[in-house]
Design a protein around this ligand. Structure first.
Ligand SMILES: Cc1cc2nc3c(=O)[nH]c(=O)nc-3n(C[C@H](O)[C@H](O)[C@H](O)COP(=O)(O)OP(=O)(O)OC[C@H]3O[C@@H](n4cnc5c(N)ncnc54)[C@H](O)[C@@H]3O)c2cc1C
Length: 326
């Protein structure tokens, strides 16, 4: 039977895994429940077409790269063409953004791949010659190999719904994510934040405030404000409109111009803060789990250090390379 791979999740990790496989002409298909690609590499546009072009990155704000090998792979894939340096952080690394919003990076990775969007995978079955996944819509997909890049808790739910009792589930259960509530605010004028437009308050309920005009992704005065992990945990399941007004009041204390409108987005699995110490797990024969819950390319940091775009990319590449070398 021809070797084929199904990738669950078309975030940056799944996309990097797919590009690695397609580079070697290995047939690969991605499935994602979202309407587009990118997962947490997410950008929202201002709906008002009569106003200046407005954007918020409401997931990842930027990417940093330590691995020269990864940079040359991204260059070959054309994904570096959509990135530009924003500013250097305290670690000396350039923060790379996309002027079209960070989702453009995922779209560049997705170039040429077969992707099925708006399909939620609800169960998996194992057959003698491979795997079959079932989507909520009733559609099924079969392949010899599977790479899951779902956040670990969502993969555990899927395995349990499929009645799999794999020993490696215990390792997945150790992976832990912070929640995050992100406010997207439209302002009546400049925010007053100093260039480069990135503020990390030392106290209060906001952990990061980004001026998207300074960042270079928005012509309209928009600001993205991420709540602290404590606030996000406490408010995640409470009324979102109230959470938005509490965050809006905190942001208004910091920005100079009046806030005219807000939207809020909740990430149940925002940033992996306790990760598996290897780049991927072999859950079962020809079934691997990868994603930002795995440590890849950051051996010098502790498992508690937050996951990054770079580790998600490297984890996907490692899981796919494992299939090719086997
Ligand atoms: C608010 C926020 C800020 C961040 N800031 C930064 C930053 O500045 N820099 C940085 O490097 N990183 C940042 N991160 C982390 C970074 O976004 C992630 O590490 C990275 O995007 C993870 O990629 P991934 O492909 O592993 O997972 P994801 O992007 O989560 O991809 C998983 C995909 O699986 C899909 N999926 C889930 N369940 C199913 C199902 N049942 N069926 C089908 N599809 C399914 C989802 O739709 C999703 O697209 C931030 C994250 C958040 C949320």
């Amino acid at each position: 039977m021809e070797q084929t791979t199904l990738i669950l999740g078309a975030g940056v990790s799944g996309l990097a895994a797919a590009r690695t496989l397609s580079d070697s002409n290995h047939p690969v298909v991605l499935i994602d429940k979202g309407r587009g690609v990118g997962g947490r590499a997410a950008t929202r546009k201002l709906g008002d077409r009569s106003a200046p072009r407005g954007r918020w990155d409401h997931g990842a704000q930027f990417a940093t790269f330590r691995s020269p090998a990864l940079l040359s792979t991204l260059k070959r894939w054309g994904a570096l063409d959509v990135l530009t340096p924003w500013h250097a952080g305290p670690d000396g690394l350039d923060r790379h953004i996309s002027p079209e919003g960070f989702n453009a990076f995922a779209k560049a990775l997705a170039n040429g791949l077969e992707i099925h969007n708006s399909l939620r995978i609800t169960s998996l079955t194992c057959a003698p010659d491979g795997w079959t996944v079932q989507a909520e819509s009733g559609e099924t997909f079969s392949a010899t190999h599977i790479i899951s890049t779902l956040p670990a808790p969502q993969l555990i739910d899927l395995l349990e719904a499929s009645h799999f009792e794999l020993p490696a589930i215990e390792a997945l259960k150790q992976i832990h994510y912070h929640r995050n509530l992100t406010l997207m605010a439209k302002l009546d004028g400049p925010s007053g934040l100093q260039a480069p437009g990135c503020l990390r308050p030392e106290s209060g309920i906001l952990k990061l405030i980004v001026d998207n005009v300074h960042k270079g992704i928005s012509e309209a005065d928009t600001v993205t404000a991420q709540a602290t992990p404590d606030f996000s945990l406490e408010w995640y399941d409470r009324d979102r409109a109230t959470a938005a007004s509490v965050l809006r009041a905190a942001l208004q204390e910091i920005v100079e111009s009046p806030i005219t409108a807000v939207q809020i987005h909740g990430w149940k699995f925002a940033e992996a803060v306790r990760r598996h110490p290897e780049p991927f797990i072999e859950l079962s024969t020809n079934f691997r789990a990868a994603g930002d819950g795995f440590m890849a390319g950051d051996e010098h940091v502790s498992p508690e250090q937050h996951a990054r775009i770079e580790s998600a990319l490297l984890s996907g590449i490692a899981a796919a390379s494992g299939i090719l070398s086997a």
